[in-house]
Design a protein around this ligand. Structure first.
Ligand SMILES: [Zn+2]
Length: 310
């Protein structure tokens, strides 16, 4: 009787705590150095050396309640109701003059669209994601084919399936970079996507985690100068997922902010409302979103590219 009770308690604790998103190996990265918002903002106004192209890999549509927190006063006031909302799945190709080509997020592989089961998405994940609504525009393989030179790395804004859905096309020797605790923090929801995440990462390089340090100016939770030349900054913006990361990129045309899924939609950005059901910690996500909006308010020349909408 006592054993049964102990077993039951253990099972319950396991269920409530959930599991890590992935069992894929994780290491600390040696790329980049801790920076600060003062250092980043000192450089923002000056054009940088990066060429950046944002590619719409697939059109898709998902529930607005996932993309925008409909319970926030601004959403209620605007009369927003849940509906199917058209979105895009992006990959961002950045070229550094010395360090080469990097992708921010992966776009979508044709293999995943043609046969999601084959790349590890079980029926439940397919049903929840509505993978049948994915309309491929430019597959990850096509993006890589059009690239001048080889791929030197992939920076992941986070590890939701729609951001690693190009993995089947990413060569196995390409380094992968991710926010701290992104794959190791435990949650109940992870139980449903862990299998698919593991399979998409199978045979890939270990995930290299950014080593964020507190921002001396306290505007963000941490900032990394990725190439140690002030051209690309990784910014810790937790909330949507534990390791969510935004990128400030100094292109030859001026600064571009890639928000990742800290903000999915145009409406969400304009009204400072964070994503809804797709976000793990809404209040933390909103805090991070506000800090990005304040950055753009201080530097209005920043071009903002959102997680899933223009
Ligand atoms: Zn996401």
């Amino acid at each position: 009787m006592k054993t049964n009770f102990t077993l039951l308690s253990c099972a319950l604790i396991l269920l409530l705590q959930g599991c890590a998103l992935s069992s894929h190996p994780v290491t600390n990265t040696t790329l980049g150095k801790a920076s600060s918002s003062a250092e980043m903002e000192r450089l923002i106004e000056q054009p940088g050396p990066i060429q950046l192209e944002t590619i719409n890999s697939a059109d898709w549509s998902v529930s607005l309640a996932g993309l925008v927190n409909l319970n926030r006063p601004a959403a209620i006031e605007a009369g927003l109701k849940d509906r199917d909302e058209p979105i895009q799945v992006y990959a961002h190709l950045l070229k550094h003059p010395q360090r080469g080509n990097f992708l921010v997020d992966t776009g979508v592989s044709k293999k995943l669209v043609d046969d999601p089961s084959k790349v590890g998405l079980n029926w439940f994940v397919q049903k929840v994601m509505h993978t049948e609504k994915l309309q491929l525009k430019k597959s990850t393989a096509e993006i890589l084919q059009g690239m001048d030179g080889k791929l030197s790395g992939v920076f992941l804004t986070h590890m939701h399936i729609d951001h690693i859905s190009g993995m089947p096309d990413i060569p196995n020797d390409v380094p992968l970079y991710v926010g701290a605790a992104e794959s190791s923090a435990t949650s109940f929801k992870n139980m449903f996507v862990r299998g698919a995440t593991n399979q998409l990462l199978q045979d890939k390089q270990p995930l290299q985690e950014w080593h964020f340090q507190p921002d001396p100016q306290n505007k963000f939770e941490g900032i990394i100068d990725v190439f140690e030349d002030g051209s690309v900054f990784a910014i810790s913006v937790p909330g949507h997922t534990p390791g969510s990361t935004a990128f400030l990129i100094r292109t030859s045309h001026g600064p571009v902010l890639l928000t990742g899924d800290n903000c999915h939609t145009r409406w969400g950005w304009e009204h400072t409302v964070e994503p809804g059901d797709f976000t793990e910690d809404n209040d933390r996500n909103l805090k991070s979103l506000k800090s990005l909006k304040e950055l753009v308010a201080r530097h209005p020349q920043i071009e903002v590219r959102l997680g899933h909408q223009h």
